[in-house]
Design a protein around this ligand. Structure first.
Ligand code: 26V
Length: 746
């Protein structure tokens, strides 16, 4: 193999620049990927998604080609390393968070299991914004990744169509997704030929009306205004119009039984317009209405990823009119069809205000609707989507999310992987359930020590990384407590903030913790989400106050990791002791970070929400720290409108003290009054996601956890049980279930 690699490398490895070396290794990897086979067969799954958060691909691909170690040893001989190339590789940020990362894990598993499938989405030039902190505030900047050779390869597939009266040309680009075994599958991303990066000047601002030049510039541009919303809608139209053209081209000889040859899994409702477009295409082909609708229904399957009402997409019907007026009569026809199936107005596709409910469209005209964790699916059936469940009980099913262990264990935690292999053999790499065999070592002192040692090395690796990236000094002997996910009130980073304030106050009053604590946050706030930005601001200000306080700083540190992304997650997760999964019960559909942390030997501090419920059932109550009100209680509070945060504030001196701290002179001296006041008022007078309801229990449970940490043997026993039970959360299991129960691809 070594000879093979050297055949491709023609540069002088001692003197070439990183840029030259990167380009050559990239071409080599692309070339060598040709040895992986494309899956063949009669039936294909098209995973359509507006987001694919694939992360960096170089090391992952080198490993899946089995040439990582050889290349590394060649480079080392010349004083180079793969790390140099990894650091140089830009990370494409083609997703917001969990939903986009899930799509990437799914492609990895589809390829590894040898299922005939492909991803369909958009090639955003800048993806999500790059987050930079200035004056303790988040600012947004463009994040270019196509300014050097990339994994995306242009194909010959081009389509031309109109968006309103604008003519657009769409070209398909292909990224090879390499499976762990002999297969690869394509991720096909569409780009607007006439896109013009020069439209973006400073930050992420650009002329939002110039569709012919801006359509694929950014992922979900600011949609706080009408122009932004229309642009996002046009992006969706562009994605499904292009994606469907590709599907129809592939199956042009058997449109009459397309549902035998293709299944289209839509990742949330972002691609739901494809339902109307396929119906239209089949009618144009001369297929009768009833038959066409049957084919559509059999072809589509829909995954729901949220129960937050404000996140369920509803588009004004005139938006459809403005991109393609021929869709409007079809939407009315589909709405009439829905009416003929049910007289419950809650299942209408078009409401009285002329809004098109994309979830309704997706459920009526697909054959499967799934939630992403057991609790989430139950809540969909019993509350949010009850009216649909009553109408179509057989369409509803659960597919608990999963993560690819190739990236989230083998690649990001090689030491732990190697050690597990030495204990139970390498079978777990093919069959994650094999990890169960680790349970027998839970009480074994030698194993406990070694696992603790690996955690320590991972903490050091993270500390070195953050020193390089953000010039931050971290105490590697402290407990690492980590909350990394998008900033949203329902995820309750503000509750963690209030915990930190409580700890500052306790330390100042003389209660010194047994061991220092480092609290990590990594999180981007949507550019127009004011309160989320207020929370970031408060955390940044508090972290400065702590750093400047000689009494507190030896015991507590807050690290806000700037521009959190997949690469940073790969450093943070293996180093974690306490995994913060503290959403308000009923609000987090699943979560997938929770799974990555347990797999890497962190213990969960969480509410009974999303997949935490399943984690808790698997590991048992003695191996997880659960707190807070149940989803039933929370749902009842919303129903009766009887939650009053002020009561909790007034009844508990520690809660009051923590909230009041936000607007003390000390905070205001460093912070911004508008931000801090707004957050304070919100917590006291609204607190829609019930932070104060669970705060007391949260503080007590986290403190108990920190005390438990001191019994190193008992803690490590729990850690081993968590790793042993993580196998269920492999995305290979999730994808096998999608295939068995929805896709049926042989
Ligand atoms: C979207 C929006 C858009 C507008 C305003 C607020 C808001 C809040 C949440 C969302 C979420 C969109 C869907 C999503 O990303 N869901 C995530 O999907 C993950 C993969 O299934 C899952 O693990 C997360 O729990 C879920 O939040």
């Amino acid at each position: 193999m070594e000879k093979k690699i050297l055949d491709y490398l023609t540069l002088d490895l001692d003197t070439c620049t990183t840029d030259e070396l990167y380009n050559e290794v990239l071409s080599m990897t692309k070339e060598m990927s040709k040895i992986k086979k494309e899956v063949t067969g009669e039936r294909t799954v098209y995973y359509m998604s507006a987001e694919f958060l694939i992360g960096k691909l170089l090391s992952n691909n080198l490993m899946n080609l089995g040439i990582y170690d050889e290349l590394e040893s060649i480079l080392v001989k010349h004083g180079r390393s793969i790390t140099e190339l990894e650091d140089y590789e830009p990370e494409p940020s083609l997703g917001n968070g969990g939903l986009g990362r899930l799509a990437a894990c799914f492609l990895d598993s589809i390829a590894t299991l040898g299922i005939k499938g492909e991803g369909l989405g958009l090639l955003y030039h800048f993806g999500l914004f790059k987050q930079v902190f200035q004056n303790n505030q988040q600012t947004e900047h463009k994040d270019a990744w196509l300014d050097r050779p990339s994994w995306a390869m242009p194909t010959d597939f081009k389509t031309t169509f109109k968006i309103g009266d604008v003519d657009v040309v769409s070209r398909m680009y292909k990224i090879d997704v390499l499976g762990y075994n002999e297969y690869k599958i394509p991720l096909n991303l569409f780009d607007l030929e006439s896109v013009d990066e020069k439209l973006v000047s400073d930050g992420i601002r650009f002329d939002q009306e110039k569709l012919e030049s801006n359509l694929t510039l950014f992922l979900y541009p600011d949609d706080s205004n009408e122009k932004g919303l229309r642009l996002r809608f046009a992006q969706q139209f562009f994605m499904v119009k292009s994606g469907l053209a590709w599907i129809l081209e592939n199956h042009k000889n058997h449109l009459e039984d397309l549902d035998k040859h293709a299944v289209i899994q839509i990742n949330d409702t972002h691609p739901a317009m494809a339902i109307v477009l396929l119906y239209q295409a089949l009618l144009k082909h001369g297929i009768t209405n009833d038959k066409a609708l049957k084919i559509v229904e059999n072809t589509f399957a829909y995954t729901n990823h949220t129960i937050l009402a404000e996140a369920l997409e509803k588009w004004p019907i005139h938006y459809f009119e403005s991109v393609d007026h021929s869709l409007v009569p079809l939407l009315h026809e589909l709405n009439e069809k829905a009416k003929s199936r049910s007289n419950d107005s809650k299942t209408l596709i078009i409401d009285e205000q002329g809004l098109v409910h994309m979830a309704a469209l997706s459920i009526h005209f697909s054959h499967s609707t799934n939630g992403v964790a057991a609790l989430h699916t139950d809540i969909l059936k019993n509350t949010e989507l009850k009216h649909f469940y009553d109408l179509y009980p057989d369409k509803f099913n659960n597919k608990t999310n999963g993560i690819t262990f190739r990236r989230w264990l083998q690649f990001s935690n090689p030491e732990l992987t190697k050690y597990i292999e030495s204990l139970i053999g390498s079978e777990f790499k093919e069959n994650a359930m094999e990890l169960e065999k680790l349970s027998q070592f839970a009480e074994d002192n030698t194993v406990q020590k070694e696992i603790e040692n690996i955690k320590y090395m991972n903490k050091k690796r993270l500390a070195e990384f953050l020193k390089r990236e953000q010039s931050i000094e971290i105490n590697v002997d402290s407990v690492f407590d980590i909350q990394i996910k998008r900033l949203h009130e329902y995820k309750r980073q503000q509750m963690n903030l209030l915990y930190a304030i409580d700890m500052v106050e306790e330390i100042r009053s003389g209660k010194i913790p047994s061991r220092p604590l480092t609290m990590f946050f990594g999180s981007k706030a949507a550019p127009a989400y004011t309160l989320a930005k207020d929370i970031i601001h408060a955390l940044l200000v508090l972290s400065k106050i702590i750093d400047n306080d000689p009494i507190v700083s030896p015991h507590l540190k807050i690290v806000f990791v700037e521009n959190y992304n997949v690469t940073k997650a790969e450093y943070l997760i293996p180093a974690c002791d306490i995994s913060e999964q503290i959403s308000l019960a009923s609000k987090e559909a699943s979560g997938t970070g929770n799974m990555k942390f347990m797999l890497n030997g962190a213990l969960t501090l969480g509410t009974l929400d999303g997949a935490n419920v399943e984690i808790s059932e698997l590991v048992g109550s003695e191996n997880i720290y659960i707190f807070g009100e149940s989803s039933e209680t929370v749902i009842a509070h919303y129903e009766h409108e009887d939650y009053v945060s002020k009561v909790y504030y007034e009844d508990n001196v520690r809660i009051k003290r923590a909230c009041d701290f936000l607007v003390t002179e000390e905070m205001l001296a460093l912070g911004n009054q508008t931000n801090l006041d707004r957050l304070y008022q919100e917590l006291l007078n609204k607190d829609w996601f019930m932070t104060l309801l669970d705060l007391e229990d949260y503080i007590n449970t986290k403190n108990r956890m920190l005390e438990d940490y001191e019994d190193r043997e008992a803690w490590n026993t729990k850690v081993i049980h968590n790793i042993a039970k993580a196998g269920f959360f492999s995305s290979d299991r999730t994808i096998a279930q999608y295939n068995e129960e929805i896709w049926n691809i042989k």
